[in-house]
Ligand binder design. Sequence first.
Ligand SMILES: C[S@@+](CC[C@H](N)C(=O)[O-])C[C@H]1O[C@@H](n2cnc3c(N)ncnc32)[C@H](O)[C@@H]1O
Length: 296
Amino acid sequence: MAIIKNKSPVLFFYNDSKKWLMNISKKESLHTHIGVLKHADAIGKEYGSRLMTNKDKYVYLLEPTMYDYIMKIQHGTQIVYPKDLGYIAARAGIQDGQKILEIGTGSGSMTSFVASIVKPRGHVYTFDVDEKFMKIAEKNIRRTGLSKYITQTNLDLKTSKEIPVTEMDVALIDLGDPWVVLPKVRQMLKGSGCIFAICPTMNQLEKLTIALIENEFTDIESTEHIIRTIAAREGKTRHSFQGIGHTTYLCFARKAFFGRTAKTTAKTTAKTTAKTTAKTTAKTIKAKTIKKSTKN
Ligand SMILES: C[S@@+](CC[C@H](N)C(=O)[O-])C[C@H]1O[C@@H](n2cnc3c(N)ncnc32)[C@H](O)[C@@H]1O
């Protein structure tokens, strides 16, 4: 049985649009338009129990999930939403024990979600250029309790010559021009490892796809995920008025070896051999001619 203690995280749930995520602090109260709740009254209760406010409204004490943390995240930047995160994890084959590279930590939404899957044996190495966003992400990550599975580094991976990590299982990219970092990501990724990039527009998708082929990636797929909530009630179920509009397109690919290097080497070797043979033949002919003329 999971019991709420002082400092435990709790989602105070009234309905889908009125919910509050906080850590229990025995001297604090939650003040809302549906009334006041004392945190101390939650201590000792099982998650899932309910409390009544001073305005006679019931609020459920739920144990927060990654979905709750992400939907309540502090936004420093645009974030990747749960509607996309589920498919990203499935398509990229993310699992416990993997080493994940992420470029563009932003607010840490995707970072936290992925860490929650690769833990306890795996790790997320995430990079960002902006220290302000890094601080927001750090706070958001700390709230999820996943900090020890994440290393945040302040580095511009577009301009840096450094290859900070290698042998990554998966690479996640969320910055405006993902094609710029492809050669570098290739060096950090295992053969057959999945690369995933966020592309808010179709133009970016096109540019990225061209660059993926140039950089020897295969199994390329672009998708858009639209979620439609249903307001289900007896006798009057219909589509909900709520919903997230267009967020982004997703692009996936796998690191492959097209054999271009081998082909180039073979061509160069053939050319060099031909040149050397031609030179040797020419030298031999010249030598023979000189010998002949000396005799004469
Ligand atoms: C849209 S946000 C990422 C949001 C994140 N995926 C999330 O779910 O919270 C893009 C981030 O990329 C970072 N960024 C931009 N250029 C970068 C670069 N060259 N190297 C590393 N990070 C970069 C920005 O500072 C910004 O924080």
